[in-house]
Design a protein around this ligand. Structure first.
Ligand code: ADP
Ligand code: MG
Length: 346
């Protein structure tokens, strides 16, 4: 594992943790020499690093696909060029672009920084030209995308795997609920029509194919009034909304990532049980102490996953749990009950 973080959770599990920057040449030489195949689990690895490694070993996903999905300007433009529906958007390279941008999107809108935003960070809702100027300044005048604020009926996502031979396999559609811009829970199967599920899966396939993507990726969608579906964003990696696959599918998204990386056949993506995935944020670490795990572990149908991050911070994803049940309603109810009991400790 190459990770500049000395407390890298993945590094702790790896036989060899190379603790260096993603652009450190000595480290990259070492990775190229010791690895047959390289993947990323984090979308902000510089595309140039992947391109450099690709001359020396198998790299999946490739630099081109990652460079598009790690930059909202390139990502949104790519989607538009492929005829994939998105929210109305305009590119804001600097303050001079704001007037025209607002003509395109109208207000309310959301200004999203082009790079390094995640979990709702790097985005500000705006209601006027003045607010957009202030928001751009708050983003240090970094290039941004201004996006129309949509009235969402719900959000769904599709995790998809694409092999080196172009074959594709999708996972069941997840229904995602966010809280303060951070994924809170995923409900699977999603409570949307079969037609929406089919359209979402098809769009994910078109995107993966057009990106010539190899590996596991996720596509986030907004479901609008009247059941229209628009793409929100692409994640070039296994995705939080696919964490349910760890316990509820024949093959998890992580195993699938390894399979595509190694050129092995896909594992089955079939859902074995209704499931609700609940994120555990640092918010439920009362006074920096771990939550009372028996609140989760006393339920035999819940599987707990902790990432081994040292420090709990508000809004930081520390782990998640998957609630499995014979019916989706039962899984939702139990998930909510446990969530409430954990937040009561604070
Ligand atoms: P991140 O990289 O932080 O996940 P997203 O663009 O996915 O950024 O935004 C996070 C969340 O904010 C979305 O899942 C959605 O709930 C909300 N959101 C983002 N863009 C819009 C929009 N155009 N209209 C309505 N809600 C939005
Ligand atoms: Mg998102």
């Amino acid at each position: 594992v190459l990770d500049p973080d000395p407390d890298s959770p993945a590094g702790e599990l790896a036989t060899d943790h190379v603790c260096a920057d993603y652009t450190d040449h000595t480290a990259l030489e070492y990775i190229a020499k010791t690895c047959d195949a390289v993947s990323t689990e984090f979308e902000n690895v510089p595309a140039a690093t992947l391109a450099w490694l690709a001359d020396k070993c198998v790299v999946r996903p490739g630099a081109k696909a990652v460079s598009i999905s790690q930059n909202r300007i390139l990502e949104k433009s790519f989607l538009r060029d492929q005829g994939i529906p998105t929210a109305k958007f305009a590119i804001v390279h600097s303050a001079v672009d704001i007037d025209a941008a607002i003509k395109t999107t109208d207000t309310p809108a959301i200004l999203k920084v082009a790079r390094f935003g995640y979990d709702g960070k790097g985005q500000i809702r705006v209601n006027s030209t003045e607010e957009t100027h202030a928001a751009l300044q708050a983003m240090n005048n970094e290039p941004c995308v201004l996006e129309q604020l949509l009235d969402l009926q719900c959000e769904v996502s599709v995790v998809i795997a694409r092999g080196y031979d172009g074959s594709m396999m999708t996972y069941p559609v997840a229904e995602n609920r966010h809280h303060h811009g951070i994924l809170d829970i995923s409900i699977v199967p999603a409570r949307v029509s079969a037609a929406i599920q089919a359209t979402a899966s098809e769009m994910a396939k078109v995107i993966a194919a057009k990106l010539e993507y190899i590996g596991v990726m996720a596509v986030e969608f907004f479901v609008l009034e009247g059941n229209a579906l628009v793409v929100n964003e692409i994640a070039p990696r296994p995705h939080n909304s696919g964490h349910y696959t760890l316990d509820a599918c024949v093959t998890s998204q992580f195993e699938q990532q390894v399979r595509t990386l190694c050129g092995l056949p896909f594992g089955d993506t079939r859902l074995l049980s209704p499931v609700v995935m609940v994120n555990l944020l640092g918010d439920v670490w009362p006074h920096d102490h771990a939550p009372a795990w028996e609140r989760i572990l006393s339920h035999p149908q819940i599987k707990l996953h902790l990432y081994g991050k040292r420090k709990a911070r508000k809004g930081r994803k520390m782990g998640h749990y998957n609630v499995l049940a014979t019916s989706l309603d039962e899984a939702i109810q139990l998930a909510q009950k446990v969530q409430t009991s954990l937040s009561r400790d604070n």
